[in-house]
Design a protein around this ligand. Structure first.
Ligand SMILES: Nc1ncnc2c1ncn2[C@@H]1O[C@H](COP(=O)(O)OP(=O)(O)OP(=O)(O)O)[C@@H](O)[C@H]1O
Ligand SMILES: [Mg+2]
Length: 1062
């Protein structure tokens, strides 16, 4: 049985090899075809090798590759059939390296590690815009939704988490040049699990929404999706209620990018999805409706605000005349709004002074208000979603955090936003390096292997350059924003140059050498990030960092958002708020703290090309991403010590066939088995290390050599196992057949023996009876001797049969019979002799016939002239066979044996008319037959004489004794076989003495008292006719003539003459 299992396993493995569905090690065998599934196993850690492997896999639609436990994902820009339920099932509960790389494998391993170790995890998804981060986070969420255990209650939590996506995407995503659904905020979502592994709640943190997009979009880009969804998907009633018109072209805030319609986006449908999603996220029903209405009003307000226009008076002050849009701004006192948009309120001690805005200032204030409203609404929305997903149960939970954060960004012109984003990426990279190194180090420590220092690029220097207290760029920016006097973007740049002058990662036009200076504008500064150089334009840095909202506008906005939404607005204190960058820095700090406390998993998303085309692998673009995502750094860290490590049991299980000592079973500790195996494979001491639970292999080539050997050995083993198995099967079959044969044999023998026994019993009985019969054989027939006597009879008859005399002349004595058969024997003897005599008579040979000839001779020799000619002609048994005799005649004479038949010509007694007749001799009579009629029957007893002439003719006269007068007279016939007929008659009827050979005439009786005669003479021609005297004249050849004529001619002529007679 176990052999069968081994065989099945081997066959399965071979099948898997054939299908290419292999586990991690298994796929090593296919490395030439589909590349390597883990970059750690690359032979050389060069960028070229890295890219080539990535490309090889991408060309086969294998978009995922590992670097240890980090997942690299390349955006395929096409739907792949790898995200279905079947795939999810395959990856559920399966160890990381047992299946080809997949996002489900990572999600599943994070989940199971969380469950077994009961600790918190996070999955950091990073990559540049459009690389697939949001898609990846959705796939993970879907995986948890399907694979985690669930109840109806939990299903609602699960649905809320899933549905938070479309809502947040509507409010936080927009079409950019890089991505039609670009997330314009950073998102960190915690999924909370209870101790059973059920997803019981969630929490979202959002970072740095790109608010500037509300009021300005670059060419080819759009505002946040929700605006377009409202004006395209909202019902007519709703739009009327909100004072909106259908069509994006009516709104300044929607048309700056000049691409309100995007083919890949269906705003109408998305509007419905968002509405449904909000229902599911369910603020309670009435509250949902109120909140939803308010949300729509806020969106509409922003659109109306964008359409507010200013004029300027003679002094250049902004005027807001007759602006109908203001009417639609929710619940705001138009006067206060007008004042807020055209005047600045300055507080001097206890007095408040209104200073008029220029038109530009007014526009700035309007936009600032729009951004503030939208920004705060977004925060409010996130909070509401959090409330809805919150799990209030105080029991301890573990979490998996999903961080979908904007990746490193480099544009043609990079501004404050890019600075923040890239700073964020620097921080995450630092965290990432620290955590990876830490985990590596921890693993080495846990395994008791000496830590070898790793050379890697430490980006702490850049992080410090940006965030160091009092000296970093952020501090200097804040200083410039806060200091009294005329601080501008350029003064900020000067401060930077002043403070950072010598920093190796900082360059400006002024600080740069000649060559570099050519690539820089005066208002630029360049940071040498870990991922590459980025040039920032300082214009707008101060304004964006201040994010100023004038006091009276703040009041307006507070008034603007009704009770629900208002509660979520930050209460504006009189203290100056923190600058944007400082807020961002501290939120990043908090995020770092959150992340550090968790186990990290990484997904690095790569964009395959800029044109969003499937199947295109833009090497330059990917090289760039590989670089700024720090993948090579990560790989080097992972590869720092050892390229490959595996638990002893796993390693031994796979490679044990390579060593006779470990194959097929290693009975000892797995570690010892691995050591034996390594020795056998000839691993050099510095090529591997034995940890506490794992073997560490330094170079991939060592592993590949092992793998190649295994690949070769596998086939041999498979054949071996196959042969063994076939032998085993054949032996089993043979054993079965043998058992069956033995069984049949014994059954057969039993049957035979039983038969034999029965036979013997029967024989004993028979013999007993026989003896008894023998002893009583002389007595009268009784039950005791009847069988014996029967036996004696049968025995005698059998013996007699074999000892009968063969012929009459055989002198073998007749077998002496037992007493009981004396009489029978005598009867049999007589019968037998009669039979033999009869046989003898029947079988008379021509020689016997010669005896007949003797009779003929004795009767006719010297008496009848034609006799000498007849001697040479043998007698026949008969001249007419029985078939030629009419059946009726045969019927009539059936009681008499027919002895001889011959055709004759019978002459009528009156007139001698010749008639063709058959003459039949039987035992008792002569019959004259015409066809079916018996014309005359002459009993031998009434045949008183037979007359023939002495000449050569063939006429015979039968003289008959008439007992009755009516009886027919004598018979005159002519027969060609005269001698034969008469001799047979002599023999049959014993009439030898009745034959008279007459000279001259023969008288005969026509009827009683009336006579007739036949006269005979010789002549030149034989003929028969009625002579004038009334006699029948028979003329025949004289003897002298006859000697010249053959007998046949003779008869022929006779016939002719007779013919004339007719
Ligand atoms: N695994 C995938 N399979 C198929 N298509 C994908 C996959 N990942 C991403 N895409 C495609 O790429 C597009 C961009 O992906 P996504 O929105 O996730 O990028 P992103 O990294 O979140 O970008 P941003 O930083 O701008 O938000 C998707 O709309 C989708 O068309
Ligand atoms: Mg995104």
């Amino acid at each position: 049985m176990s052999l069968f299992l081994v065989y099945s396993a081997a066959m399965l493995l071979l099948q898997l090899v054939a299908q290419g569905q292999l586990d991690m090690e298994g796929a090593l065998t296919a490395r030439d075809r589909v590349g390597i599934q883990d970059f750690v196993l690359l032979d050389e850690t060069t960028e070229a090798a890295f890219l080539s492997n990535l490309k090889k896999r991408f060309s086969k639609d294998l978009i995922y590759t590992y670097i240890g436990t980090l997942l690299v994902s390349v955006n395929p820009y096409k739907e792949l059939d790898i995200y279905n339920k079947k795939q999810m099932d395959i990856y559920m509960g399966v160890n990381f390296f047992e299946l080809p790389p997949h996002i489900y494998a990572l999600a599943d391993n994070a989940y199971h590690t969380m469950l077994t170790e009961f600790n918190n995890h996070f999955i950091l998804i990073s990559g540049e815009s459009g690389a697939g981060k949001t898609e990846a986070s959705k796939k993970i969420l879907q995986y948890y939704a399907v694979s985690c255990p669930s109840t109806t209650l939990l299903n609602t939590v699960r649905d809320k988490m899933l549905m938070s996506n479309p809502v947040l995407e509507a409010f936080g995503n927009a079409k950019t040049l890089k991505n039609d659904n670009s997330s314009r905020f950073g998102k960190y979502m915690d999924i909370q699990f209870d101790s059973q592994g059920d997803a019981v709640g969630g929490h979202i943190l959002n970072y740095l929404l790109e608010k500037s997009r509300v009021v300005h979009q670059n060419h080819g880009e759009r505002n946040f999706h929700i605006f377009y969804q409202l004006v395209e998907g909202g019902s007519d009633d709703l739009l009327h209620q909100l004072g909106l018109e259908r069509g994006c072209q009516h709104y300044n805030y929607l048309t700056q990018g000049q691409c309100p319609i995007v083919p890949s986006i269906n705003d109408k449908n998305d509007w419905k999805t968002v509405k449904n999603a909000l229902q599911i996220i369910s603020f309670d029903e009435t509250a949902t409706n109120v909140s939803w209405m308010l949300l729509q009003m806020v969106i509409a307000s922003v659109l109306h605000l964008g359409n507010v226009r200013f004029e300027s008076d003679s002094k250049g002050h902004a005027l807001l005349n007759n602006n109908t849009e203001l009417h639609w701004l929710l619940g705001v006192d138009a006067h206060r709004l007008q004042e807020g948009l055209t005047f600045r309120k300055i507080e001097a001690k206890k007095d408040q002074v209104l200073s008029p805005f220029t038109t530009d200032h007014a526009i700035y204030a309007r936009d600032a208000l729009a951004k503030a409203i939208y920004g705060q609404t977004f925060t409010w929305l996130v909070n509401r979603i959090n409330e809805s997903m919150e799990n209030k149960d105080p029991s301890r939970k573990t979490v998996i955090g999903l961080l979908d954060i904007y990746g490193f960004e480099v544009f043609y012109v990079n501004s404050f936003e890019q600075f923040c984003i890239n700073y964020c990426n620097e921080k995450l990279q630092q965290l990432f390096i620290e955590l990876t190194l830490k985990s590596e180090q921890e693993e080495y420590e846990a395994e008791g292997i000496e830590w070898e220092p790793v050379q890697f690029f430490n980006n702490k220097i850049i992080c410090d350059l940006i965030e160091e207290k009092h000296r970093g760029i952020i501090s200097l920016l804040d200083e410039e924003c806060l200091r009294p006097g005329d601080a501008t973007d350029l003064t900020f740049l000067e401060r930077l140059e002043e403070k950072m002058g010598n920093h190796p990662h900082f360059v400006t036009h002024k600080l740069a050498d000649k060559m570099t200076r050519k690539t820089l504008e005066r208002g630029d500064f360049r940071l040498l990030h870990y991922a590459g150089e980025v040039t920032y334009c300082v214009v707008g840095f101060l304004d964006k960092n201040n994010d100023l909202l004038y006091r009276n506008i703040k009041d307006v906005s507070l008034q603007l958002i009704l009770c629900q939404i208002k509660t979520c607005f930050r209460l504006y204190s009189r203290r100056r708020p923190e600058t944007v960058v400082t807020q961002f820095k501290s939120s990043l700090q908090k995020l770092t703290e959150i992340l550090v406390a968790k186990e990290a998993w990484y997904i690095r998303c790569l964009k395959s090309n800029e044109s969003k085309q499937s199947g295109q692998f833009d090497e330059a673009l990917i090289r760039h991403q590989v670089k700024y995502l720090g993948l090579m750094e990560h790989l080097r860290v992972r590869r720092a010590g050892f390229a490959y490590r595996r638990k002893y049991d796993v390693f031994l299980k796979r490679y044990k066939p390579l060593c006779p000592a470990t194959w097929p079973h290693w009975r000892g500790v797995a570690a010892d088995g691995v050591e034996v195996l390594a020795q056998h494979l000839g691993y050099l001491p510095d090529e591997y290390k034995m940890g506490r639970t794992k073997i560490f292999i330094r170079h991939p080539r060592t592993l590949f050599a092992t793998e190649d050997a295994y690949e070769k050995c596998k086939h041999e083993l498979a054949t071996h196992i196959q042969a063994k198995y076939k032998g085993y099967r054949a032996k089993g079959e043979y054993r079965k057949q043998k058992e069956a044969a033995t069984k049949i044999e014994s059954c057969w023998r039993g049957t035979q023996a039983r038969k034999e026994k029965e036979k013997r019993a029967w024989a004993v009985k028979v013999i007993k009876k026989f003896i008894k019969g023998y002893m009583t054989r002389g007595q009268a027939k009784s039950t005791d001797n009847s069988e014996y006597l029967a036996f004696v009879r049968q025995n005698y008859l059998n013996r007699l049969r074999n000892n009968l005399p063969k012929t009459v002349l055989d002198k073998t004595p007749w077998l002496t019979p037992p007493a009981v058969l004396t009489e029978t024997s005598e009867m049999l003897r007589k019968l037998h002799y009669r039979l033999m005599v009869r046989k003898y008579v029947r079988g008379i040979t021509p020689q016997k016939k010669f005896q007949m000839k003797l009779i003929t001779s004795s009767v006719f020799k010297g008496k009848k002239d034609s006799y000498p000619q007849s001697v040479a002609h043998p007698f026949a048994d008969t001249r007419i066979s029985e078939e030629d005799i009419n059946t009726r005649v045969i019927q009539m004479i059936r009681n008499e044996r027919i002895k001889y038949c011959v055709p004759v010509i019978k002459y009528d007694r009156n007139g001698f008319k010749p008639r063709q007749r058959q003459l039949i001799l039987t035992q008792t009579a002569v019959y004259v037959v015409e066809e079916a009629k018996i014309k005359q029957r002459v009993l031998y007893s009434s045949l008183k004489g037979i007359s023939v002439s002495n000449l050569t003719d063939s006429t015979i006269v039968f003289h008959i004794t008439r007992e009755e007068p009516k009886q027919k007279g004598d018979l005159v016939v002519q027969c060609d076989h005269l001698f034969e007929l008469l001799t047979k008659l002599c023999v049959i009827a014993n009439k030898q003495n009745a034959i008279n050979v007459v000279q001259g005439s023969i008288n005969f009786e026509i009827q009683a008292g009336k006579g007739g005669a036949v006269d005979f003479s010789t002549g030149p021609e034989p003929m028969v006719y009625k002579a004038k005297n009334g006699h029948l004249m028979v003329v025949s050849w004289a003897l002298s003539l006859l000697s010249h004529v053959s007998l046949q001619t003779f008869f022929f002529r006779l016939y002719l003459n007779i013919y004339y007679l007719f």
